[in-house]
Design a protein around this ligand. Sequence first.
Ligand code: NAP
Length: 242
Amino acid sequence: MNQEKVALVTGANKGIGRETARRLAELGMTVLVGARDRERGESAVRSLCATSADVHLVLLDVADEASAARAAADVAQRFGRLDVLVNNAAIAIGSGPPSEQSVAAMRELFATNLFGTVAVTQAFLPLLEKAAAARIVNVSTSLGSLQLSADPDAPVARESALFGYAASKAAINAFTVRLANELRAKNVKVNSACPGFVATDLNQHRGPRTVEQGAEIIVRLATLPDDGPTAGFFNDAGAVPW
Ligand code: NAP
């Protein structure tokens, strides 16, 4: 059923992104591995070729609008459309509570995590609108949930040191909802995914979950049926509060 689908995963050269790419390839999709570095991207494509031969590198630095435009033109020329976009690429830098958070670090965080996600999505929307039933998955985190952050009993509320990162993901959630509303009539579903605390380079491998577990909800949202949700925020267990 997924035989002819084309999926792009940004930041797919490692971590949850690479595992998501592997899973989508396993489902029979043509998978485009977005990577900002050619060598790292080629190395991921080589490793994913064990799953499927239909895996291809797309050079894409999400923080660079010109790179996003070039990548979209490249995909248009090679594949003609896009069925699935997984906005996975992100950085987690900066430390200290909100009162001390470096604004320079926040600018960098927002440049990649939010503006990168918006720029890539805008560049690829014309190709997504050519697909019969496109799916956009924005990889977020429960740290971006304002409702959980306001609950003193929620573990998320104690993570004040990650304020800049959390704020960039809360902004991504706003993008998810607004874009989903805009695209409702076009059969493009847009959802946010929370992979949980996964052991990757992003957190020096401190997370208890595996990349396989983290990718699960992303894959589920990338392969939603026509009666599936849009404008939602989900983890493995169901809806995550905004
Ligand atoms: P990771 O292993 O550090 O992978 C991040 C990926 O993003 C890498 O491929 C990295 O490429 C790429 N990237 C960063 N900046 C980029 C840019 N400007 N252009 C293109 N690619 C860029 O982290 P991860 O844990 O797998 O994170 C994947 C997603 O899950 C992120 O959105 C993260 O916020 C989210 N998430 C992770 C956790 C967790 O516990 N790990 C929890 C909640 C949410 P390079 O190799 O070139 O740096």
